[in-house]
Design a protein around this ligand. Structure first.
Ligand code: CAA
Length: 387
């Protein structure tokens, strides 16, 4: 039985900060960002956008195409959840008016949780083909101002419908994984922003890739040449380039510059202008590959490398399904990205500091253009609005 992603759609916020404006403000050569880390823009969430509104925006176009009462579970992956107890997925369940015959749970492990939720969903469907699982990976990446991570912020959500006989990609059984208790990126409960040992985190990422790859080859017997397209977790696109160089080296494969570009660039187009979206970032990369590769990928193998600091990593693969191109929502992805409004550095800072969801009561000014927004907090309870 084939199990995998039947439909996929991603969302991002209505605003961005260009790294040209950022570089000017900080008096840094812009090529450090354009070339050095490979980023151009960061999607910025206004105060009335959170992972729930981003997730609703990602999921709604999928639900329009199916009987939404057939969803049997929501697996919501996030590092930037909205409540210490209640799952962000239950807020989403309410906002989208889904059936009560549905289970909802939140997944957490930094940027790895999206892959964990997808793998859990495939396991559920293999056990019971009647399951239709809505997997959400949604995050707002936020670091302290004037730290090395500030230029790598961003936000986004990816919704994936996981079913049997999927129309887009069948996830293959067998994967390689690696876990190690390290402190490269973390966020203590009292903090809104992540702490990071930046350079160390890039080293642990690459070490984890080697370990997960080794395990993957032992488990599946597959080689580098069995894979046609490579998707990586993309905190910034240069990291994915370094990952692919590392993988090719470990697999003892020599790639021409053209082959290297062909294998990596299409999956980086969106991340370069959206920024990091933690748990969603790997799947934003997959959407980017689907929307920007001008070749038919039917029957080709795509690999996914997920890395969550702290750290847990996994390498797995899927097979593209014939006819997948007919169900892509590329136009919606492009429209959202193109319609974003640029912010000055001062406007970005105002959004950055205005988020005050610790207060008991607040009504947020309307910045989010919809279709879903966080309207306010009343008696410590979040409430949302459909526009
Ligand atoms: N022109 C061209 N290139 C330039 C340049 C210029 N003018 N100025 C600098 N560069 C290059 C540097 O040579 C360097 O290249 P290499 O990495 O190839 O050596 C690159 O730009 C970055 O420069 P620095 O190392 O000086 O940059 P930095 O000190 O500001 O930090 C960083 C880089 C540590 C990655 C930082 O962006 C950071 O802390 N990011 C957040 C953490 C992160 O994303 N880690 C990734 C792995 S962890 C993970 O993946 C989980 C997650 O999502 C967080």
């Amino acid at each position: 039985m084939n199990v995998g992603i039947d439909l996929i759609h991603f969302s991002t916020s209505d605003y961005y900060l260009g790294l040209d404006a950022f570089a000017e403000e900080k008096n840094i050569d812009v090529d450090k960002f354009y070339i050095g880390i490979g980023q151009e823009k960061m999607s910025i969430a206004p105060p009335d956008e959170d992972v729930v509104s981003l997730a609703a925006k990602a999921a709604a176009p999928i639900l329009e195409q199916i009987d939404k009462n057939s969803i049997t579970a929501i697996l919501f992956a996030t590092e930037s959840g909205v409540d210490q107890s209640k799952s962000a997925g239950v807020f989403l369940h309410g906002l989208l008016n889904l059936s009560s015959r549905c289970r909802v749970i939140e997944f957490k492990h930094a940027c790895y949780s999206g892959a964990a939720a997808l793998q859990m969903a495939t396991t559920m469907v293999r056990a019971n083909p009647k399951e239709k699982v809505l997997v959400i990976a949604a995050d707002i990446a936020k670091y302290d101002v004037d730290t090395s991570g500030e230029a790598t912020q961003g936000c986004g959500a990816v919704a994936m419908l996981v079913t049997e006989s999927p129309r887009i990609i069948a996830i293959e059984p067998g994967s390689g994984y690696h876990t190690e208790d390290v402190m490269d990126f973390w966020r203590p409960n009292q903090r809104k922003t992540a702490l990071v040992d930046g350079k160390y985190s890039t080293k642990v990422y690459l070490h984890s890739l080697k370990q997960a790859w080794q395990h993957f080859t032992e488990e599946t017997g597959r080689t580098f040449d069995d894979i046609q397209h490579f998707c990586y977790h993309i905190p910034f696109t240069k990291m994915a380039e370094k990952a692919h160089q590392t993988l090719a080296k470990v697999a003892k494969v020599k790639l021409s510059p053209q082959e290297f570009k062909a294998q990596t660039l299409p999956s980086q187009v969106y991340n370069r202008i959206v920024g990091n979206s933690y748990s969603a970032s790997l799947f934003v990369g997959f959407c980017s590959l689907l929307d920007n590769l001008n070749e038919n990928m039917a029957n080709r193998r795509v690999s996914f490398f997920s890395y969550g600091s702290g750290c847990v990593a996994e390498f797995f693969t899927g097979l593209m399904q014939p006819g997948y191109e007919k169900v892509l929502m590329s136009a919606s992805h492009r429209k959202q990205i193109e319609q974003r409004q640029p912010l000055t550095y001062a406007e970005y800072l105002a959004f950055y500091h205005e988020v005050d969801d610790e207060v008991e009561n607040i009504e947020f000014e309307r910045h989010n253009k919809g279709p879903y927004r966080l309207a306010g907090i009343k008696d410590h309870k979040r409430y949302y609005q459909t526009l």
